[in-house]
Design a protein around this ligand. Sequence first.
Ligand SMILES: Nc1ncnc2c1ncn2[C@@H]1O[C@H](COP(=O)(O)OP(=O)(O)O)[C@@H](O)[C@H]1O
Ligand SMILES: [Mg+2]
Length: 257
Amino acid sequence: MAEPLLALRNVETYYGPVLAIQGISLEVREASIVALLGSNGAGKSTVLKSISGFVEPQKGTIRFAGQDLPGHEPDAIVGLGLSHVPEEREVFPFLSVRENLLMGAFTRRDRDAVRADLERMYGLFPILRERLDQPALSLSGGEQQVLAIARALMASPKLLLLDEPSLGLSPRLVGEIFTVIRRINGESGTTILLVEQNAGKALEVAEYAYVIEVGRIVMEGSARDLADKPDIREFYLGLKEQGVRSVRRWKRKKLWR
Ligand SMILES: Nc1ncnc2c1ncn2[C@@H]1O[C@H](COP(=O)(O)OP(=O)(O)O)[C@@H](O)[C@H]1O
Ligand SMILES: [Mg+2]
């Protein structure tokens, strides 16, 4: 088997004295979508930040496209073909939508391809074409999220790290975001590592998934197998219908082994 596009082995990351993730090992095969699920504070964002160089792991190895990542600066990591859309949906507020998109292509010299990708973004996200010349700050939260994803894609990444892309969006936009995630992967073969609390949607688009709790991976498997597991169904998929009570029940039963 070919080496996976991304492989983490025993990665440990601290914030000061606080151990945020420990012994994280995971793999992402080229052209696949892998989901990383877990509740608030589990360490999902720290995994993504450790990969993209925003925080530096104290232990472990991270291999991406045949290179060891730790030690590279975030900008250099973008140049290697890895784009991270953080939870905070960073856009340049005073730049127009179009300028934001062009900023995403800052590592590229292939101007014609950049222009073609701009068109591709307007096709994927028609709302951006309508707002081309408006400053990013005039967009709604959902539209800014779309812009942040499109800007990351303008770097033409091999691997896209998406941190809770559906968070805080209207149900219609959530549907659109997941459709777009599928299209990005299907049309250009972009590999995606997707962090989500919306486990139902994530397991629909992903091929494989990892569940992380308190900084450790407690479960992994094909998305189909995980979607059928009673613990996942109850804790992650049933949360909305059943409310907080199911979490308490889950904790009492201590289902993770
Ligand atoms: N900048 C930070 N400083 C100190 N602790 C942090 C920081 N960011 C996250 N943490 C802690 O690390 C743990 C994992 O956080 P995070 O990776 O953001 O979780 P998730 O994305 O799954 O919600 C949490 O306990 C959180 O409080
Ligand atoms: Mg997070």
